[in-house]
Design a protein around this ligand. Structure first.
Ligand code: ADP
Ligand code: GLC
Length: 497
């Protein structure tokens, strides 16, 4: 038997230890998924308190010194198993550098929500950590390929490409081009990269440093988290200034649709929901709805369509549309439940709406993993009217939990939801409500269509059934990643399993 391909994933967050968004879900699911596609995957993570605390059997396997003289111990241990998941424990390398990572709260920002002033150092450490691991820091295991995620790992390809030693190919995945890791040119000298890196053909971006650009420029292959987003980001509208570079790299760029970890997200076995159910046995869903309405202090009514939002409260997610369309839901005898945190203005606006319509609009500000599961299980419609969306996971959770997604046709939302129109209702392919332009009028019309569909129970059930039967398993995505790895490894001639 051939040996599995050794891959090091580099990510700033990972489920179940530390999560601020979908990146963590994907980083958490990839190792086991890739194992089925013939990869021996380990992960490299920053030593944030939650990650340090969750690492089991951590032992120091080596150390290195960062370019500015700060020492780092590299620990290797095991991530906690996900209950119900029948997979070998994932081995993780963790950068133990308390001066960089030992801070409470959000991994990227201080308590006033300002990015930490030394984020360039904190995430350059990930780049150098990956480089050292690729060059045999751990005598027992070294990756044949490194796969970095988002700007936090943007320096990984640069550190690998611009230093002497064994060439190790690098794949870089863009989860969200809106966050780029831009820093003043003044700190370039601290990063430890050769001066030649600071130019247009490198990581220089309008006179500043861009970690995202570094990832895109130096990686051997680039992926995004949905096929449509891989096209979207090649346009000036959605390229955040990097569309030109992305167009020059289009032959190395591909879109691989995110998948769903069924050990975590499955209404038939979900540990967080009060009643289990499936597409063929839906009684539990009605009970979840009643329980959710009671929990959220909404009127407990079977016949009231319950719309929900589980989201970071940011510009990206189109929440201004949700706010503007609340009256359409309220007048349509519906209910709205929002779970999210982020932008203060959005928090205040939703708070105000909940005060105005206490029996029909409910809000929970904060981050609550278990409540998110109960919301997908108990709600009828999952709202994701994003301005842009690299992939989006909540619309997929909505589909699988029988909470019809109402989404804008952009990025991964366009790739995962089929609009219910006369033709798709007729041929049974409809799975949700999709609207095109980012306008209040279009969004409100989509809400009205959702309300109208809800009033046609047979059509509604059919759409819901189709959604719940969607296959978002990791099998295909894992194979696609494996094919990208294969393409990045010029001398790697093994056939796909
Ligand atoms: P993004 O990564 O842009 O935030 P995704 O849809 O890809 O969007 O992933 C969001 C993930 O974060 C999902 O797992 C969702 O359930 C979760 N999530 C978002 N906000 C909250 C919250 N306030 N509480 C609990 N989970 C949340
Ligand atoms: C990003 C994107 C989201 C995507 C997630 C996981 O946070 O905003 O669309 O689903 O990454 O890839």
């Amino acid at each position: 038997m051939t040996e599995p391909l050794r891959v090091l994933q580099v990510s700033a967050e990972i489920f179940p230890l530390l999560k601020t968004g979908g990146l963590a879900d994907i980083a958490g699911a990839l190792p086991a998924a890739l194992a089925t596609a013939g990869c021996d995957t380990r992960v490299l993570l920053p030593g944030f308190p939650a990650i340090r605390a969750g690492l089991a059997n951590g032992e120091t396997v080596g150390q290195f010194t960062l370019p500015w003289g700060e020492p780092v111990q590299v620990l290797c241990g095991e991530l906690p198993a996900v209950p119900g998941k029948d997979a070998a424990p994932v081995r993780a390398y963790v950068l133990d550098a308390p001066g960089l990572f030992d801070r409470p709260g959000n991994p990227y920002e201080d308590s006033a929500r300002r990015p930490y002033g030394d984020n360039h150092r904190r995430f350059a450490a990930l780049g150098w950590g990956a480089m050292h691991l690729a060059r045999d820091l751990d005598p027992h295991w070294a990756p044949q390929l490194v796969h970095g995620h988002d700007w936090h790992a943007g320096l990984v390809p640069a550190c690998l490409k611009l230093t002497a030693g064994k060439p190790v190919p690098c794949v870089f995945t863009v989860h969200n081009l809106a966050y780029q890791g831009i820093f003043s040119a003044d700190v370039f000298g601290e990063l430890g990269l050769p001066p030649s890196a600071f130019q247009m053909d490198g990581l220089e971006f309008h006179g500043q440093i861009s970690f995202m650009k570094a990832g895109l420029f130096y990686a051997d292959k680039i992926t995004t988290v949905s096929p449509t987003y891989s096209q979207d980001i090649q346009t000036p509208e959605q390229g955040f200034g990097l569309d030109g570079l992305l167009r020059t790299r289009r032959n190395d760029l591909s879109g691989i649709l995110n998948a769903v970890d069924s050990a975590v997200w499955n209404p038939a076995s979900d540990l967080h929901i009060p009643h289990h159910y499936s597409a063929d046995r839906l009684a539990g869903k009605a009970k979840c709805k009643a329980a959710l309405q009671a929990e959220a202090a909404l009127e407990v009514r079977k016949d009231a369509p319950l719309f929900s939002v589980v989201s970071r409260l940011t510009e990206q997610k189109g929440l201004n549309l949700v706010l503007a369309g609340i009256d359409a839901i309220v007048q349509g005898d519906g209910q709205l439940l929002v779970l999210g945190s982020g932008d203060h203005e959005l928090e205040t606006a939703f708070r105000h709406a909940a005060q105005l319509h206490p029996r029909q609009v409910a809000l929970r500000i904060g981050y609550d993993e278990a409540y998110a599961h109960r919301i997908f299980a108990g709600s009828d419609i999952t709202l994701v009217p994003s301005r842009f969306e690299p992939c989006g996971l909540t619309q997929m959770y909505g589909l699988l939990y029988g909470s019809l997604p109402l989404v804008r046709a952009v990025g991964g939302l366009a790739d995962t939801v089929v609009d219910a129109d006369l033709a798709t209702l007729d041929d049974g392919t409809a799975t949700g409500i999709v609207f095109a332009s980012f306008s209040e009028a279009d969004y409100r019309h989509a809400v009205r269509r959702a309300l109208a569909l809800y009033r046609q129970p047979r059509a509604w059930s059919r759409v819901r059934q189709t959604g719940m039967h969607q296959d978002f398993s990791w099998t295909q995505a894992a194979r696609q990643y494996r094919a990208v790895y294969q393409a990045a490894l010029p001398n790697f001639s093994r056939a796909l399993p």
